[in-house]
Design a protein around this ligand. Sequence first.
Ligand code: FAD
Length: 313
Amino acid sequence: MVSLEDLQKVFRGEIKISESLSQHTWIKVGGPADYYLKPSDREDIINVVRFFRDCDFPYLIIGRGSNLLVHDYGFRGAVINLEDIMSDIRVEDDTVVVDAGVWISTFVDFCIKKGYAGTEMLAGIPGTIGGAVIMNAGAYGGEISDYIVEVEVLRDAKVVKVKKEDAGFAYRNSGFKNDVVLSASFRFPKKDKDDLMQVRRELLIKRNAAQPVNFPNTGSIFKNPEGNFAAKLIESCGLKGKRIGGAMISDLHANFIVNVGNATAKDVFELMVLMRNEVFKRFEILLENEVLLVGFSAKETSMLTELPSEINS
Ligand SMILES: Cc1cc2nc3c(=O)[nH]c(=O)nc-3n(C[C@H](O)[C@H](O)[C@H](O)COP(=O)(O)OP(=O)(O)OC[C@H]3O[C@@H](n4cnc5c(N)ncnc54)[C@H](O)[C@@H]3O)c2cc1C
């Protein structure tokens, strides 16, 4: 364990001890992190990550926690929240450079006002640029990586720029899982601002009608299997509205689990296992998590990565 005294020698930002992560995840569940850090600036982030690496102390970078399910026991280590830290967007020649802590919605707004086309479909995704790059977030046929030129990351304690072709972007995936995303650079085609605004408006209406936006949730629980839709498969198993404790499979969108009141991570996890097992039993399709599990044991995680046990045996 790293002592608070040693941490304070290298870190200038805010430090909280045993901070409940339910306050920092979109679905409002999750136990405490040993340390919860809000860095002061970019230099603070780099210093503290290098320090944790040198001490071999576990750390987790988060943005808005909109794609995370944190265990009820929490996270043993330090959670470093970059939301709103490094929150600058600048235009350098024909390139837009955006810091990792900027909200996706702020970035989309900026791009539309400048007439840069290609982010309108991301409106309504409640994350930061860092989280979106890590997840290669996307919707309605577009992905954040579409117009990325390069990504600036802290990798193996060094700040490096990674060109898009070396970034390993794939469906809800990237090659940055062991890095800290510091900023991303984009080059967009130009379009009429009013047209872009109209597209965003229509897509937001569509999104709000299709998703349970009035309850805390994590967005899509599972990735869509090739040529199919996770929501359609789960709905076909009759699971819409199924409830465990305070968690419920949304009756609006079957690939969402909503926190209908004091849900625990265990409630959500058990529903995820049920959804995956039922879909496999009925369709022989293994769903892959989109939501990321934090603080879960290898045994628990295997219940969402391996063949369901009753079928396996
Ligand atoms: C209502 C709702 C709707 C959603 N709709 C969509 C959608 O349409 N499409 C879609 O793709 N996703 C969607 N999501 C999921 C989620 O919003 C995205 O994955 C988003 O990009 C996550 O950003 P975040 O900042 O919240 O990341 P977090 O959830 O905080 O973290 C996600 C991952 O990124 C890592 N991370 C975050 N920031 C950094 C950084 N700077 N450096 C290194 N690692 C980092 C974390 O460690 C974690 O592994 C939705 C979620 C909700 C709740």
